[in-house]
Design a protein around this ligand. Structure first.
Ligand code: MN3
Length: 214
């Protein structure tokens, strides 16, 4: 498993909703308890449920218990819901109740190589997140061919992504992630988000990916 926290999202043959690593109220001032509660227990939970339904449909098709004609829609539903489950699992872990300093060491070096400096990265990441049209995510990760860091503006949960791309930092810019507090002001949400990134977790993900390829 690439990212250790993702292990909590699967148990006994089914996708499961991982527990939040903090109290619902802990993410102030970034997020209020109501936003966190609805986002986790309704939205994230719905993607977990959807992934299980799609996986079960595909299992039945393979076993001849369900008609072949559902294959395309089931694979599409699987990609959408599994993508949602995966991204939300990463999201909860890469934000935190406190403001941590920007990374130093290997991750900072990689950010400098790809973006000039960690500060330039923040500005580019913010712009990509701001520019996502409609529902989607800003994602920093490792591009699998050059091994350099890149930022994607992912549409929905699974569109505009390169296969093999390893996500390190994800930001949900679907309106449900910020609308209760920030209304239409996505920029204000992003500024708050970037102040509460769990750089320790991002650095662990980065080091883990590097270790796997040494
Ligand atoms: Mn969401």
């Amino acid at each position: 498993m690439e990212n250790d926290c993702l292990c909590d999202g699967y148990a006994e043959g089914r996708y499961v909703l991982p527990l939040l690593p903090y109290d619902m109220t802990a993410l102030e001032p970034l997020l209020d308890a109501e936003t966190v509660s609805i986002h986790h227990s309704k939205h994230h939970a719905a993607y977990v449920h959807g992934a299980n339904i799609a996986a079960e449909t595909l299992r039945k098709i393979a076993a001849g218990e369900e008609a072949d004609k559902w294959t395309t829609s089931a694979t599409q539903n699987f990609a959408f819901n599994l993508g949602g489950h995966l991204l939300h699992s990463l999201y909860w872990e890469n934000i935190c109740p406190v403001s941590l300093p920007l990374p130093e060491g290997k991750l900072a070096e990689a950010l400098r190589t790809s973006f000039g400096s960690p500060e330039c990265f923040l500005s580019m990441f913010r712009n990509v997140c701001l520019g996502v049209q409609g529902c989607g995510w800003g994602v920093l990760g490792i591009e699998p061919i050059s091994r350099r860091l890149v930022i994607w503006g992912v549409l929905r949960h699974q569109d505009v992504l390169v296969p093999g791309f390893r996500p390190l930092l994800v930001c949900d810019v679907w309106e449900h992630a910020y609308y209760l507090r920030y209304r239409n002001d996505r920029a204000a949400y992003l500024d708050a988000f970037l102040r509460q990134v769990n750089w320790q977790v991002v650095e662990e993900r980065f080091n883990h990916c590097c270790m796997c390829h040494e």
